[in-house]
Design a protein around this ligand. Structure first.
Ligand code: SRM
Ligand code: SF4
Length: 575
């Protein structure tokens, strides 16, 4: 395979001259005149796990008042598999309350985000996160991101093994620069030690972000085919035999640009657990050397694979890894959502999955009654679990929900009581549509949002529920995903119904994915507002109610009944 040549894009140059991601971040942070960083540092800080943002709700008002935008920073944790201890929960909760706005936010990759941290408090916040033994290194930027792991509470033993493998891989693929520790944790540069050596990444890191996910069938909660690199665990008689390897998944696209598109990963073979690190490093370094560094929008692994061919890329991976992949084993996914409520694990412990609407852990007041107090309630639960120190943990799910995992039988009652007291049992009465819905952050913090997502979700759900009820479909487990722009942070192209933001109040309506994360949806109506969205869905839901077969999903039905404006262009991933 030939490496990329030619003029590189501006971000490549910023990385190249950054001295191992240091740039002028220290000077930028110390500048008292502005709440912002210097331009190049705005790129570099991403590798440290933070984004400079501004409050878009008041952007215009501040412009008119001749004030600089209301700058603040989003910080994202690196929490492989979304696993944290109750003690860590309490610390992160305190950080959110002290330094951030809008509570704790669980992301679609099992991380926490803090929003609204101001520049002068950025370092204290980073230090507090690290004091909780959690870092934010490589949570963003052109590197391997937070490694996602199935939160599957049923297979506790398999989860423990796969989680350990994922956490080790996350460590292995960390950048080796000490910049993070120097800038945020005051580590002194050691004279004579290599400052900028990056054995895996090299001086310019990867051409683009890189994502890895570990799935444990039959649940595909990580949406393994949306990952650049996916590992599908093969469990035989309760023991991990190895993984099927999938490469080239990705969601992001730009409106009206056929050069960009969502793509599902291809399963290229099977590896043993001992081969995981080698194959991952081979994929990462092949992408490092062959990914497109000229045109950033074509730099993801999915395009490298399409540009060079899947077979050629697979041969390159095998050459770098030093072994041939074994033929892929059979696998079967049932769905890509979460299971709610209590389940018994195979290790005698119980796991409680709670619904967290759009992952936002805050206390919401209600006109009457106590409201839903996720932040306070989970703090109390964390206190109890921490006090007893019996190995229980919190697991964020890739669907923005939360598992209180490994709860011993003796502690279930107190957890249940707190769940009821703080109104955290919304999953019980929520419709399947509401339970499964995902929405990305979008406005007011996301600089790329074209339309609302997280803030619009509750209103949209209410209207869709009314529509479903009208057709007797209130119990239909339809999978809804909303993104404020085509970048696809809620993995909308895998939604049975998806809205992808086009402009304020206007969305592309996408339909026809399955509920196993194995088939992309397709554009049904372009750039429409809510009344048209509801009007477009009404006759389709009516037909679904009348003609669906037993257990047939909405997306599957639309395809079978040939009701889509155009058939999905990409065949579904099969075992
Ligand atoms: Fe994302 C950029 C939020 C998961 C595809 N994403 C952004 C930024 C940082 C906007 C920006 O670049 O300025 C958003 C910050 C919003 C905010 O205010 O917090 C943002 N992405 C998120 C989160 C928080 C969505 C959520 O509501 O949970 C997720 C954080 C994940 C994490 O913990 O690491 C998040 N983003 C995803 C996913 C889903 C996934 O990884 O499973 C995708 C689709 C998969 C993929 O990568 O293809 C995704 N985000 C993007 C893209 C498009 C990338 C592309 O190559 O096409 C961008 C824009 C970019 O990178 O230029 C983006
Ligand atoms: Fe922002 Fe778009 Fe991602 Fe939503 S999908 S968080 S609007 S980048």
């Amino acid at each position: 395979m030939s490496a990329q040549t030619g003029k590189t894009n501006a971000v490549e140059e910023i990385k190249r001259v950054s001295r191992g991601l240091r740039g002028s971040l220290l000077a930028s942070l110390a500048d008292p005149v502005t709440g912002a960083l210097r331009e190049d540092d705005q790129t570099l800080i991403k590798y440290h796990g933070s984004y400079q943002q501004d409050d878009r709700d008041i952007r215009e008002e501040r412009r008119l008042a001749k004030l600089e935008p209301a700058y603040s920073f989003m910080i994202r944790t690196r929490t492989p598999g979304g696993v944290i201890t109750p003690a860590q929960w309490l610390k992160l909760d305190a950080i959110a309350t002290t330094y951030a706005e809008r509570g704790l936010r669980i992301t679609t990759r099992q991380a926490f985000q803090f929003h609204g941290v101001i520049k002068t408090e950025l370092k204290s916040t980073m230090q507090a996160i690290n004091a909780a033994l959690i870092d934010t290194l490589a949570a963003c930027g052109d590197v391997n991101r937070n490694v996602a792991v199935a939160a599957n509470p049923l297979l506790s033993r398999a989860h423990a093994t796969v989680y350990a493998q994922a956490a080790a891989l996350s460590e292995h693929l960390l950048p080796s620069t000490r910049a993070y520790y120097e800038i945020w944790l005051d580590e002194k540069q050691v004279a004579g030690s290599p400052q900028f050596d990056e054995p895996i990444y090299g001086a310019t890191y990867l051409p683009r972000k890189f994502k890895i996910g570990f799935a444990i069938p039959p649940y595909n909660d990580v949406d393994v085919f949306a990952q650049d690199l996916g590992f599908i665990a093969v469990i035989v008689n309760g023991a991990l035999a190895g993984y099927n390897v999938s490469i080239g998944g990705g969601m992001g696209a730009s409106h009206g640009d056929p050069e960009t598109y969502p793509r599902l990963g291809d399963v290229i073979g099977f590896v043993s657990p001992a081969q995981v690190t080698a194959v991952a490093e081979a994929v990462v370094t092949a992408q490092r050397d062959h990914g497109n560094r000229n045109v950033r929008k074509r730099a993801r692994l999915k395009y490298t694979i399409d540009d060079h061919g899947l077979d050629a890329f697979t041969i390159e991976i095998e050459r770098r890894a030093g072994f041939r992949l074994a033929p892929a084993r059979a696998f079967e996914f049932h769905h890509n959502g979460d299971r709610f409520g209590w389940v018994e694990g195979d290790d005698g412990r119980s796991h409680l999955t709670l619904r967290i609407p759009a992952g936002r852990i805050v206390d919401t007041a209600q006109a009457e009654g106590p409201g839903v107090r996720h932040l306070s309630g989970l703090r109390e639960i964390a206190r109890v679990l921490h006090e007893h120190d019996e190995g229980a943990e919190f697991r964020m799910t890739p669907n923005q929900n939360l598992v209180i995992a490994g709860v011993p039988a003796a502690r279930r009652d107190v957890v249940d009581a707190l769940v009821a007291l703080y109104g955290l049992d919304g999953y019980r009465s929520a419709s399947p549509l509401r339970r499964n819905a995902l929405a990305c952050v979008a406005l007011p913090t996301c600089g790329l949002a074209m339309a609302e997502a997280e803030r619009y979700l509750p209103e949209l759900l209410g209207k869709l529920e009314t529509l479903l009820q009208k057709h007797g479909l209130q119990d239909a487990p339809i999978n809804l995903r909303v993104s404020g722009c085509p970048n696809g942070c809620s993995r909308p192209y895998l939604g049975e119904i998806a809205l992808v933001g086009k402009a304020p109040g206007r969305y592309n309506l996408m339909l026809g994915a399955d509920h196993r994360g194995q088939r992309l949806n397709t554009l049904y109506r372009e750039n429409i507002a809510e009344p048209e969205i509801l009007a477009a869905l009404a006759p389709l839901l009516a037909r679904y109610a009348a003609e669906r077969q037993a257990d047939e999903g909405f997306g599957d039905f639309l395809l079978r009944a040939a009701l889509l404006a155009q058939a999905p262009a990409v065949p579904e991933v099969s075992a």
